[in-house]
Design a binder for this molecule. Structure first.
Ligand code: HEM
Length: 521
């Protein structure tokens, strides 16, 4: 069955798919007046279940949700007796919106310190519950399927496109995820190790030639090259566009992500929508210049050759939505983490020495080629990457929508509330030096029982867990290893101001100087 959007679409040799026919999930609810919950003693989920005795709970339902369903049709639900989460809702009309956008990391951290793991705020005119902590997120995102759905505001939907993976829910999401999965699996990506190593080697060589570079920008170029070429399967330069052109277009595109979504030619959002059109053209032209058999070409090949049982294929719009969102997600977050890692290493030479020593051992054991075994052996480099994400998550939270009223940690979370799941753990927020000056200790990820490592939830949870997590890990390890084997670097400003919107990064772009060592390890 073709949707009207699909029927319009005619890409080069492409037919049209049903995948995103119902991609409108998570539409914003009407704005509601900020209300404030009063403090009340909470009950644990388990206690509420024992006392609330649900008889209708099926095997697949968790008790804390079934409790509400069981009595809903008898009038008042026992959930009604539970208190709402604590939290102040800021100013009339604007609520806590300005505070949140001024500093999302510190906003969420302050809330958790003040009100605990479940608190209430009013953001963009919506009642929002902020939830921090692995167990609570697990309850909502993993144990109860369908309890939360994606909740992107209309502007983000327009920017990323309604068919993009992160915006879908239910069967549409599952189908697309199954299709894209192999290209982002460990086996699928390990096949691209030589290509990623070549990209890393070319970038490091250029950086050393240039001397001084703005690393945050260069890391974006590196990560975009990797995701575009190795994972998506687009070749650059393509159709007259260099990687630098594409990065520039993405820079304008990204500004709209945190803007109010007013689509006029002079607003950030309007410019971002223009940038989106350019990206659509670039993707379409790059696809047109692919060889006849795109099967070899990463997830793009998979999308181009996929058909459903009725023989329908993806539309060009659906492919554009997904290439744009994968390329955006695939360069922005990894470049943030790689920059954090370099900043942290630049402040702590002993960490750099350990990375260099590890590479010397790996080269002695496996030779200079980057192989799967060599990459798997980079355990310290991996720990540095994970610690960089722990101390400074690229994005602070994921946004979801509650599809029904439920209990969480003794609090009532009403249907229709926005649920903001914090990617940083509550333990990290207790460190008053967080994020910039807190302890940076990669060894915690080698210990297997360190609470800081175990509470890490940086790639999300449940059906929307990051599809690019292995890619991010792989490319960061290969880049760090390439640098450590042949280069040194100096971070020129080790205490930069940080910016967190739309992604965490040093405001000064992280100027560094890269030098080639006389002896490779
Ligand atoms: C260090 C790097 C990264 C971090 C910290 C990160 C973090 C996350 C998180 C927390 C989510 C879950 C969002 C939610 O629950 O709605 C997510 C989803 C996603 N990420 Fe990443 N990500 C990273 C790298 C990448 C890369 C390299 C790609 C490239 C392919 C990517 C593509 C995506 C996509 C497409 C989704 C949506 C998945 C879905 O809805 O099924 N990410 N990411």
């Amino acid at each position: 069955m073709f949707s009207s959007r699909m029927a319009r679409a005619q890409g080069p040799g492409m037919r049209v798919p049903p995948i995103a026919a119902s991609a409108r999930a998570g539409a914003p609810l009407t704005a509601s007046r900020p209300r404030c919950a009063r403090v009340a003693a909470g009950r644990s989920v388990a206690r509420a279940h024992r006392h609330g005795a649900s008889t209708r709970a099926s095997a697949s339902e968790t008790p804390w949700v079934a409790l509400g369903d069981a009595v809903a049709d008898k009038g008042r639900s026992p959930l009604d007796a539970l208190p709402l989460p604590e939290g102040d809702c800021g100013l009339p009309f604007v609520g806590n919106t300005l505070d949140f956008f001024n500093g999302p990391q510190s906003f969420v951290a302050d809330r958790v310190r003040k009100y605990g793991q479940v608190s209430k705020a009013s953001i963009l005119g919506r009642d929002t519950v902020i939830v921090a902590g692995k167990e609570l997120l697990h309850q909502m995102l993993v144990e109860e399927r369908g309890l939360l759905i994606q909740d992107y505001y209309a502007g983000l939907k327009a920017l990323f496109g309604p068919a993009s993976l992160g915006l879908l829910d239910g069967d549409d999401h599952k189908r697309l995820r199954r299709l894209l999965g192999p290209s982002f699996s460990k086996a699928g990506l390990n096949a691209h190790i030589p290509e990623i190593a070549k990209i890393a080697s070319d970038f490091c060589g250029e950086w050393a030639e240039k001397g001084g570079i703005g690393f945050a920008h260069e890391a974006s170029m590196f990560a975009l090259s990797v995701v575009m070429k190795a994972a998506i399967g687009l070749k650059f330069p393509a159709a007259g566009h260099s990687m630098a052109d594409v990065i520039e277009v993405f820079r304008v595109f990204a500004r709209g992500i945190t803007s109010p979504g007013i689509n006029l030619p002079f607003t950030h959002f309007g410019k971002s929508m223009e940038a989106r059109k350019k990206l659509e053209d670039i993707v379409q032209e790059a696809i047109a210049s692919l060889p006849d058999d795109p099967q070899e070409g990463g997830c793009l090949g998979a999308m181009m050759s996929a058909q459903d049982e009725d023989g329908n294929a993806f539309s060009i719009e659906e492919i554009q939505d997904n290439v744009i969102s994968l390329a955006y997600g695939g360069h922005d977050t990894p470049s943030s983490v790689i920059s954090t890692a370099l900043l942290a290493i630049g402040r702590r030479p002993q960490i750099w020495k350990k990375i260099v020593d590890e590479q010397a051992e790996i080269v002695a054991r496996f030779g200079p080629e980057f192989t799967t075994e060599a990459v798997d052996a980079m355990v310290y480099a991996e720990a540095v990457f994970r610690e960089a994400m722990r101390v400074m998550p690229p994005g602070i939270a994921t946004m979801k929508l509650a599809t029904r009223t439920f209990e969480l940690d003794g609090r009532r979370i009403p249907k229709g509330w926005r649920v903001m799941g914090s990617m940083a753990s509550p333990e990290d927020f207790q460190d008053d030096k967080w994020p910039m000056n807190c302890e940076f200790r990669p060894e915690r990820f080698l210990a297997h029982n360190d609470p800081g490592a175990m509470s890490s939830i940086i790639f999300g949870m449940g059906p929307h867990t990051c599809i690019g997590n292995y890619l991010a890990l792989l490319e960061t390890k290969i880049l760090l290893a390439t640098l450590a084997r042949s280069y040194d670097f100096t971070v020129l400003n080790t205490s930069p101001e940080l910016s967190f919107m739309p992604i965490a990064r040093p405001k000064d772009g992280l100027p560094i100087v890269v030098t080639r060592r006389s002896n490779d390890c």
